[in-house]
Design a protein around this ligand. Structure first.
Ligand code: NAD
Length: 437
């Protein structure tokens, strides 16, 4: 059991902090956003993540998880300090490390004994070395701290399962002492034989970028194949299924759709190209992946324009705003690009998402948000499914047709059977499948 400070209670910090507490550690979470901490103290969870509220409650009740705004105390009482602060894209697509360095400078001000500083945030290769230099520059003696890179691979929407049963734990450090402390923190995972990849710091930092860039590549690859399938009369669902059955390829991340979004893939792919640029190399595959993804985000709108060439004054119902189901996160969601393009063309939006409407209001305060999918569809000239929430998978299509102004459906997630929808009289299109319109 270790005493842990978790800095940042966003998607990664709150899930990891709670998970580490569930592994038996004593975790205190701190965030510069006092509202989040005050709410957490009252049991109010700032994000939507299935299973998280129950796990937080359980660990708070067991006395292993708590929340505090007293930074000095949080740092001084802990042996291990995790950084789960944002690392957004800077202006040129590079990683903005200002949150990380601010946190490190603040730790240096109050450090009172040996600490392991663990970077969970996704950081540019070389950042953990810079953290060490920064601590030394703040006159903290080298024997007072060690630095570990422990990148996080959880997926929003299934974050608890991913954290509690990860495919691997990556620990990058040059210190035997820090490595042993980290192994103790993750001891619960030995029981389920989770591979621990112990390596040097820069390799650990690189593993995170290489993994995300590879997954983004799979998505852009299948989207490019989907677009080709449309041109040659093939069905991408079947192509992806058969490809995925090949153990060398694997079936995950082979779903054609409106492109990837979220807080990680867009910024991490962009950061990787910048890291390469700085190192004097051109990351041409990843650059193409980014370009393909940007184009893909416009596919639903291109398909809509085929049926409704003039969007002026037309109302489009959007089902799904989150970048994927089971989260309220809309960062870089393809729905943002689609809504922006429709508004630019003079169209109106009626939007519904089970969890993400509050987040989307920050981007589009003036579009209409409704309380149900039925309300979004009623009197709409067209309907676009942007996120494959379960509740959109089995809608009453006859009812939808009867309440829409025109029965036009763009299924950007391929959740309906084209033949069945078209047989009901819809003008229907999707991504990469055979359409008879
Ligand atoms: P987030 O924006 O949801 O949360 C970050 C939190 O850190 C916020 O609550 C913010 O107020 C807080 N914060 C900022 N500065 C702070 C400071 N100095 N001290 C304490 N708290 C501070 O971000 P996130 O999605 O949790 O991502 C965090 C990091 O983890 C990023 O580097 C991201 O790339 C990485 N990551 C994210 C995911 C994901 O699915 N979201 C997965 C793996 C890795």
């Amino acid at each position: 059991m270790k005493k842990i400070a978790m800095l940042g209670v966003g998607y990664v910090g709150l899930v990891s902090g709670t998970g580490l507490a569930d592994f038996g550690n004593e975790v205190v979470c701190y965030d510069i956003d006092s509202t989040k901490i005050e709410n957490l103290k009252k049991g109010i969870i700032p994000i939507y993540e299935p299973g998280l509220a129950d796990l937080v409650k359980k660990n708070v009740e067991k006395g292993r998880l708590s929340f505090s705004m007293d930074f000095d105390q949080v740092i001084q009482d802990s042996e291990v300090i995790f950084l789960a602060v944002p690392t957004p894209s800077g202006k040129a697509g590079e990683v903005d490390l200002s949150y990380v360095f601010t946190a490190v400078d603040n730790i240096a001000k109050v450090i009172n004994g040996f600490k392991v500083i663990v970077t969970k945030s996704t950081v540019e290769v070389g950042t953990n070395d810079k953290i060490r230099e920064r601590m030394l520059g703040n006159n903290i003696p080298a024997e007072m701290f060690e630095v570990v890179s422990n990148p996080e691979f959880l997926r929003e929407g299934s974050a608890i399962g991913d954290f509690m049963r990860p495919d691997r734990v990556v620990l990058g450090t040059s210190s035997e002492r820090a490595l042993n402390i980290m192994k103790e923190i993750y001891r619960a995972l030995y029981l389920i034989e989770t591979p621990i990849v112990a390596t040097d710091i820069r390799t650990a930092e690189m593993i995170k970028y290489a993994s995300n860039a590879f997954l983004a590549t799979k998505i852009s690859f299948v989207n490019e194949i989907a677009n080709l399938c449309e041109l040659v009369g093939a069905d991408v669902q079947m192509v992806a299924k058969a490809m995925g059955l090949d153990g060398r390829i694997g079936k995950k991340f082979l779903h054609a759709g409106p492109g990837y979004g979220g807080s990680c893939f867009p910024k991490d792919t962009s950061a990787l190209t910048k890291i390469a640029e700085k190192a004097g190399m051109h990351a041409s595959i990843v650059e193409t992946v980014i370009a393909v993804n940007e184009r893909q985000k416009m596919r639903p709108v291109e398909k809509l324009l085929k049926f409704l060439p003039d969007l002026k004054g037309r109302t489009v119902g959007i089902l799904g705003l989150a970048f994927k189901p089971n989260t309220d996160d809309v960062r870089e969601a393809p729905a943002i690009s689609v809504i922006r393009a429709i508004l630019k063309a003079g169209g109106k939006i009626k939007a519904y998402d089970p969890e993400a409407m509050n987040e989307m209001r920050r981007h589009f305060p003036d579009i209409t948000y409704v309380a149900s999918s039925e309300d979004a569809i009623k009197d709409a000239d067209a309907l676009i499914i942007m996120t494959e929430w379960n509740e959109f998978r089995n809608m009453d299509l006859k009812f939808i047709k009867s309440v829409m102004k025109q029965p036009i459906m763009i299924d950007a997630r391929n959740i309906y059977d084209p033949q069945k929808v078209q047989a009901l009289g819809f003008k229907y299109d999707c991504i990469g499948r055979k359409i008879e319109n």
